[in-house]
Design a protein. Structure first.
Length: 389
C-alpha cells in the first residue's frame, strides 16, 4: 500500500540528500546550508535531511508490515524479511563507510574500489525478476556480485598508509538506517502494532539519547560499541517517532481528520520547543547525536508530514511532485547512482570551470545534478532496472 504523502516526502528528502551530499564538490557554500562541525552547537540545513529520512522509514513500517499480513504472510516470514533487509543495509553501509577511509597508496585505488563496490551492489540487489534480463542469469549475477564484494574486502587497504582492514566504524548512512529499521520493525511485529507499546519504545529511545549524552553509563568499549547506533538511542528514536505518527493517524483518523492533525502538530511544537529549550545543556549537534538535535529534527518530521499529508492525501494535490517520483519509489537506486558517477568523474579528471563550482552557480548546478540523478533513476525504473532489498 503506497501513501502519497510518504512517497512524496521520501522523494523530496532523497533529492535534498543527493544535493547536500554534493556540497563537498563546491566552494563558497553558505554556512546555513552545510553540516555543522563536530564541536559546533549549530543546526545547518544539511543536518536535518538524514533525520527526516529516518523518520520516513518509521512512517512506512506499519503500512509495509500490514500489507504483508494482508497477504497472509506469517510473523516468522515477515521477521525473516526484516532481518534480511536490515542485514543488507548493514552490509552495504559497512562497505560504503570503509570507502571513505580507503588508502590511495596501496591495493586497488580508492575510486576504482568505490565504482566496483557500486557495481557489486547493483548485481546483488537488483530486482532481477522485474527486469528484462533472462531468468537463467539472475542467480549468476548475484553470485558474481557477492564474489566481487569478497575480492574488495581482500584487497582493501585502509588508513593513511594502508595499514588497516575493513571495520564497521560508524556503519555509514545505510548501516544506520539498517539498525533503526531492524529495531523498530521487529518491535512493531512483536507488539502487533500496539500503539501504547510503541509510544513507550519511542520514549525509551529518547531517554537513552539523554542518558548517552549526559552520563558515562552507556560509554562501552570493545565489541559492544558496534551496537552503539541502538543503545545510544538517537538514531532509532527518529524512526520510532515515524512509527508512532503513522499509528496515531490510523487509530485516531476515524474520529475525524482534525484529531490526529492536532495531536501530531502538538508533538511537533513540543519537540522543537524541548530541543531549543535544552540547547544550553547539550547543544544541537548532529555528529554528537545530542537530544536537542533529536528533538528539533523530530519536530520538523512531525510538522512536515502533517503538511504533506493534508496536501497529498486529503486535498489530493500530487501532480506537482510527479517529476521527482522515482526518488520516492526507487530510493536505493537513486542513492547508489552517485557512487558510480563520482569515481568516474575523479578517474577521468573531468571538471567544470571553477566559477560553476562556486557560490550560487555551483549550488544551482549541484541541484540540477540531483534532479538528473532522479530522472535517470526513473528511466532505469521504466526499463525494469530497480534495486530492491
Amino acid at each position: 500500500m503506497r501513501i502519497a504523502s510518504i512517497d512524496i516526502l521520501r522523494a523530496l528528502t532523497m533529492v535534498l540528500m543527493i544535493w547536500v551530499n554534493d556540497f563537498w564538490t563546491l566552494t563558497k557554500v553558505p554556512k546555513w546550508l552545510q553540516h555543522a562541525s563536530a564541536t559546533e552547537d549549530y543546526l545547518g540545513f544539511s543536518d536535518v535531511i538524514f533525520p527526516l529520512f529516518l523518520f520516513i522509514v518509521g512512517l512506512s513500517i506499519p503500512y509495509a508490515i500490514q500489507h504483508r499480513f494482508s497477504k497472509n504472510e506469517s510473523s516468522v516470514r515477515i521477521g525473516k524479511h526484516i532481518l534480511i533487509r536490515s542485514l543488507s543495509l548493514l552490509f552495504i553501509g559497512y562497505f560504503m563507510v570503509n570507502y571513505e577511509t580507503h588508502s590511495e597508496t596501496l591495493g586497488l585505488g580508492k575510486y576504482w574500489w568505490c565504482f566496483i563496490m557500486a557495481m557489486a551492489t547493483a548485481l546483488v540487489w537488483m530486482n532481477w525478476n522485474k527486469s528484462p534480463v533472462p531468468k537463467k542469469w539472475h542467480l549468476v549475477f548475484q553470485v558474481m556480485g557477492l564474489l566481487i564484494f569478497l575480492y574488495l574486502a581482500i584487497v582493501y587497504k585502509g588508513g593513511l598508509s594502508g595499514e588497516n582492514w575493513m571495520k564497521p566504524q560508524w556503519w555509514g548512512i545505510l548501516g544506520l538506517i539498517g539498525w533503526a529499521y531492524l529495531a523498530n520493525a521487529l518491535a512493531y511485529l512483536f507488539t502487533k502494532g500496539n500503539l501504547y507499546a510503541l509510544i513507550i519504545l519511542w520514549i525509551g529511545f529518547n531517554t537513552l539519547s539523554v542518558l548517552n549524552t549526559s552520563t558515562e553509563l552507556l560509554q562501552f568499549d570493545g565489541f559492544i560499541t558496534y551496537f552503539s547506533p541502538l543503545y545510544s538511542g538517537t538514531i532509532p528514536a527518529f524512526t520510532a517517532g515515524g512509527v508512532v505518527t503513522t499509528l496515531l493517524f490510523q487509530k485516531l483518523g476515524k474520529s475525524g481528520i482534525k484529531t490526529p492533525y492536532a495531536l501530531i502538530i502538538l508533538l511537533g511544537v513540543i519537540s522543537i520547543a524541548f530541543g531549543l529549550g535544552t540547547r544550553h545543556i547539550w547543544g544541537i549537534s548532529k555528529i554528537q547525536g545530542t537530544p536537542s538535535w533529536l528533538a528539533v529534527c523530530s519536530g520538523i518530521g512531525f510538522l512536515s508530514f502533517v503538511l504533506l499529508h493534508y496536501i497529498a492525501d486529503v486535498m489530493k494535490i500530487t501532480r506537482w511532485a510527479d517529476f521527482i517520483k522515482p526518488a520516492g519509489t526507487a530510493t536505493l537506486t537513486c542513492y547508489m547512482i552517485p557512487y558510480f558517477i563520482y569515481p568516474l568523474q575523479n578517474l577521468s579528471h573531468i571538471r567544470l570551470p571553477e566559477f560553476l563550482n562556486s557560490g550560487i552557480a555551483g549550488l544551482l548546478i549541484s541541484f540540477g545534478f540531483a534532479l538528473a540523478v532522479v530522472f535517470f533513476t526513473g528511466w532505469l525504473e521504466r526499463k525494469g532496472f530497480k534495486l530492491k532489498l
